[in-house]
Ligand binder design. Structure first.
Ligand code: URP
Ligand code: ZN
Ligand code: ZN
Length: 462
């Protein structure tokens, strides 16, 4: 199969130019002006942007959590991702306490098998790490699982102590892998939560009000200090507040390899979107929670200054009916997580590029190129260049779209952005040389997505 994309405006993290792209099988073969090459299919991209497929490095598909399981599996989740212009994800396998990471890896491969419609990598969530288990981490790296998430939050479920974090970081310092940190002071938050419940504060908004920004700032500071002592880089996931941002900025000013992502929910939603009557706020219960609105512009400034390198989604969808409802009368029982895999590219394009906050190049950098570099996939993915995987999105900057649960492709029964109008959307989505979305129709087959065996952090990062 060969494909020729003609007349498009190619946007990468560094460049912006007009040229044709010739794709042979799964790779980009040639880029040039007015290419005169025969191809099985020709796409006219006049008036459109031709961009590298989005890479979402933080998703939770088919994940058991909070007494239930996230509602998108690898089929529905990756299909929704593709509609939104994301052609690769990195999902999280979870090591069950007291078991081998190998078992978790096999379990997650099975979840993806026959279902994934786009390429996927896996991080490993570490819940247990005795000295004797360090070999497991080395085994994961050999399998291409080159990043490990550890939690400073969720006591008695996922939280690990500082010694465990330090042990993991010492190991990644040697192997070149990367520790991803959920940074919130879980122990202190738990005490605040227990007090709120004792006072009868059980509504969903108390999930947000019992998780102060300083609990995030403190944990980010501690994570960075631990990584400094271990001589390892650290990547802070789903950073939500200015308190946390300042700690990352300070570390980076000192030249430390501290990195962070934020997510669209922290850039576009705030506490002002909560306080709805009844149980409605449960739709916006995720962790870290929404913050006061003023944090949003600080996060945008952090993106601009490269204190934040990546925007991922933390897609962790639970239906309002039957799943979020588990927490009626007790906010601690609401499964934590929100849906977002489908709309990241649109939201950042519309609210970032069109709103004049970031450039087109920066849009591509934070949604595709930096994710590929940070997580060992560059230049295979994250750019448009000869030899790279032909993961390409033809983006229509004029296409208008109203986000709604009625039309989205995620399996979840609500949208966090219901009724929001955005301009700019996918026209055609190509994954490894195969057109998988065309004119709002899905053409990809479940199971066509490959596991991406990733290199270690830093192999292409500067
Ligand atoms: O609320 C969230 N974020 N759920 C997913 C698990 C996590 O902490 O990333
Ligand atoms: Zn987390
Ligand atoms: Zn997450």
């Amino acid at each position: 199969m060969s494909l020729l994309i003609k007349n498009g405006r190619i946007i990468t993290a560094e460049q912006d130019y007009s040229a044709d792209i010739y794709i042979e099988k799964d790779k980009i073969k040639t880029i040039g002006l007015s290419l005169d090459i025969q191809a099985d299919k020709i796409i006219d991209a006049k008036g459109k942007y031709v961009i590298p497929g989005g890479i979402d490095v933080h998703t939770h598909l088919d994940m058991p959590f909070g007494g239930t399981t996230s509602v998108d599996n690898f089929e529905t989740g990756t299909r929704a991702a593709a509609f939104g212009g994301t052609t690769s994800i990195i999902d999280f396998a979870i090591q069950a306490k007291g078991t081998k990471m190998r078992t978790a890896l096999d379990t997650w491969w099975k979840k993806a098998e026959g279902k994934a419609t786009i390429d996927y990598g896996l991080h490993m969530i570490v819940t247990d790490l005795l000295e004797a288990d360090l070999g497991d981490m080395g085994d994961m790296v050999k399998e291409g699982v080159t990043s490990f998430k550890l939690f400073m939050a969720y006591p008695n479920v996922l939280l690990v102590d500082d010694a465990t974090i330090f042990r993991a970081m010492k190991h990644t310092a040697d192997t070149g892998a990367l520790v991803c940190m959920h940074a919130e002071n879980g122990g202190v938050i738990d005490l605040i939560v227990q007090k709120a419940l004792a006072e009868g504060k059980t509504a969903p908004i108390y999930h947000a009000l019992t998780r102060p920004t300083s609990a995030e700032g403190e944990a980010v500071n501690r994570a960075i200090a631990l990584s400094q002592m271990a001589g390892a880089p650290v990547y802070i996931v789903h950073l939500s507040s200015n308190d946390a941002l300042e700690k990352v900025a300070e570390a980076r000013d000192h030249g430390l390899p501290a990195f962070a992502e934020t997510c669209p929910q922290y850039l576009f939603l705030s506490l002002d979107d909560m306080n709805k009557p009844g149980f409605e706020d449960a739709k916006l219960v995720f962790t870290p929670p929404l913050r006061e609105k003023w944090h949003q512009e600080k996060l945008w400034a952090g993106i601009k200054k490269n204190t934040l390198q990546i925007v991922s989604t933390d897609h962790c969808p639970f239906c309002f009916n039957e799943q979020k409802e588990l927490g009626k009368g007790d906010f601690t029982k609401i499964p934590n997580g929100g849906p977002g895999i489908e709309h990241r590219m649109q939201l950042i394009y519309d609210g970032g590029v069109r709103a004049g906050r970031i450039t087109l190049n920066r849009w591509i950098e934070i949604t595709s190129t930096a994710p590929a570099k940070m997580f060992g996939m560059f230049p295979r993915k994250g750019t448009i260049a000869p030899g790279s995987d032909a993961d390409i999105v033809i983006w229509d900057p004029e296409k208008e779209y109203t986000i709604s649960a009625k039309t989205h492709h995620m399996a979840v029964d609500y949208s966090m952005y219901e009724g929001k109008k955005v301009k700019g959307n996918t026209d055609t989505v190509i994954s490894r040389g195969e057109v998988i979305v065309e004119q709002d129709k899905f053409l990809g087959k479940p199971g066509r997505g490959n596991f991406v065996k990733r290199d270690t952090y830093g192999t292409a990062w500067n």
